[in-house]
Design a protein around this ligand. Sequence first.
Ligand SMILES: Cc1cc2nc3c(=O)[nH]c(=O)nc-3n(C[C@H](O)[C@H](O)[C@H](O)COP(=O)(O)OP(=O)(O)OC[C@H]3O[C@@H](n4cnc5c(N)ncnc54)[C@H](O)[C@@H]3O)c2cc1C
Length: 325
Amino acid sequence: MILAYVDHRDGAPDDASLEALTLGRTLAERTGWPLEALVVGRAGRAAAEALGVHGPAVVHVAEGDGLDGPYAPQAWGAALAEAVRAASPKLVLSPGTDRGHETLAHAAAALDLPMVANCVDISPGEPTVVLRQRWGGTVLEEAEADGPTILCSVALHAVQAQPAPAPADPEVRPFAPPVPEEAFRVRVIDRVEPDRGGVSLAEAKVVVGGGRGVGGPEGFRVLEELAGLLGGAVGCSRVVTSAGWRPHAEQIGQTGTRIAPDLYIACGISGATQHMVGCRGAKRLLVVNEDPEAPIIAHADWVVLGDLHEVLPAVVAAVRAATQD
Ligand SMILES: Cc1cc2nc3c(=O)[nH]c(=O)nc-3n(C[C@H](O)[C@H](O)[C@H](O)COP(=O)(O)OP(=O)(O)OC[C@H]3O[C@@H](n4cnc5c(N)ncnc54)[C@H](O)[C@@H]3O)c2cc1C
């Protein structure tokens, strides 16, 4: 059996979990093993309905006083570990998010089982062979993992979330795993949402990113304007967050957010490896840069060579004119 751990927010599964579930379905088809899912917290029962279109036959719901409250990594890991003990899956998949990695690592440690992070493909067997991202996604490694159960996180945006051809009506199986009090020592106590006008960077269809070339915090006004016109979000490079021009929540890259928009407009960004691993999921890349030798140009679908302070106001004016017609 393949067990996919599905993270959710008030019963709405996150996109990364649906990516993991999609890989799980592919592997279930390849191996003939059944696909089941696990959600934590009573609110997760609502997720079961949403998961039907993604193919798990069973959705296990870990419930209990603490588990119905805010996220606590060790407790979530204990719940997942209990589900693994009870069902003995051959493979456990988690989303390749911070929370997915954290929960999976706690479960793997509790079970003393191997965990492999950031997988893009898995060939179950003895041993199981995984293709996984290393060094922030700059290297693909083939590795072997041995054990009765292998725990794998699925690299973010490595798989496109797809509904199953035939939606199922999964059986919902609540259970109450024993979770010790001390597993709740680390838990979420507050949540502060960054103010991005409602469009989250990770989920935006259009991202307008700015780097050192923007020149300072005030230079981002035109990027905000363009993002607003296109219904997108503003992102930036680490130089920008290190300088305090923009908040870290907007940083794209290895140590920032991974984005997967339909269009990424990168302005005044050179294209360092650590930045590119964060935007490799973008379907199209439009670069605005005055240096024809900038490394980012090698990845671009379209390039505008020029000073962004001239190019962007002209683009904004053109978009305004086009949308007012
Ligand atoms: C461990 C580690 C983790 C890191 N994580 C990240 C990360 O998550 N995200 C990230 O972004 N970086 C990360 N970095 C930093 C990364 O290596 C680069 O230093 C950074 O991405 C460079 O930012 P930049 O492209 O804005 O600046 P620069 O490399 O200085 O590039 C500026 C670009 O702007 C262009 N330009 C200048 N003026 C104009 C103008 N007027 N018009 C048009 N173009 C102009 C230049 O031609 C140049 O290409 C990390 C580094 C390390 C060591």
